[in-house]
Write a new protein. Structure first.
Length: 223
């Protein structure tokens, strides 16, 4: 790969990483307004913020099979497009639309979480450490920005929480545009079945890693 091509790929990956936590923190910032406008109960409001997190665990195990069916490049393009559309749908002033957007965004993020490290190892083998750390920095920066900027954006858009939520589809849309040429050229399918997960149930280290990251995630998302 040429240096300009690798730089463009890195930009697409970082912009995609920036988009992977926007849906979690943007809705939380305007949740009181959403609940008041739609007259939601606390359970209904809690479901909106919990559903994307639940999708992370539900859809991540399906990712290897999707890679086999669609090819890595085309799958990434499809997932980014889904994430952008689902984020925009959450700007519709209707509870079913918010649920559908949260579900679609959570499913896309779950798969992208699995794919991002694989892309780094494949396309940046000589800079794996740098390209592993930078996406996480962009990811957490996106989460912080969405948490802090959603309300100011809402005020700038005339107090519309729908427009403020939909505006976070813009970074994902840009990432999609950067990735589309690669998705168009790539996408060769791998006919081999993905490896099974049965051995993980018997692996002590796998359980230790699961417990460590499970407690970490529980503390973060509950807070």
């Amino acid at each position: 790969m040429t240096r300009p091509g690798q730089a463009l790929l890195a930009a697409g990956l970082l912009l995609a990483a920036f988009s992977l936590r926007l849906v979690f923190t943007s809705l939380s910032a305007v949740l009181p307004d959403v609940m008041a406008t739609l007259r939601l109960s606390p359970i209904e409001g809690g479901l909106l913020t919990t559903l994307p997190v639940f999708c992370l665990g539900l859809f991540a195990p399906l990712t290897p099979r999707l890679i086999r069916l669609l090819g890595l490049e085309r799958l990434v393009g499809l997932l980014l497009l889904t994430l952008a559309a689902a984020t925009a749908v959450r700007g519709v002033e209707a509870y079913p639309a918010l649920l559908a957007g949260s579900l679609g965004a959570g499913a896309a993020i779950a798969a992208l979480n699995v794919i991002m490290p694989r892309l780094v190892k494949r396309d940046f083998p000589r800079h794996a450490a740098l390209m592993t750390g930078l996406p996480y920095m962009f990811m957490t920066s996106g989460a912080a920005l969405a948490a802090g900027a959603t309300v100011p954006v809402q005020r700038a858009l005339g107090g519309s929480w729908t427009a403020a939520l939909a505006s976070w589809a813009v970074p994902t849309g840009l990432a999609t545009l950067l990735w589309l040429p690669r998705a168009w050229r790539g996408g060769t399918r791998n006919g081999r079945d993905p490896p099974g997960y049965g051995w993980l149930w018997r692996d002590r280290l796998a359980w230790q890693v699961t417990l460590f990251f499970g407690l970490q995630s529980m503390g973060f998302y509950i807070t």
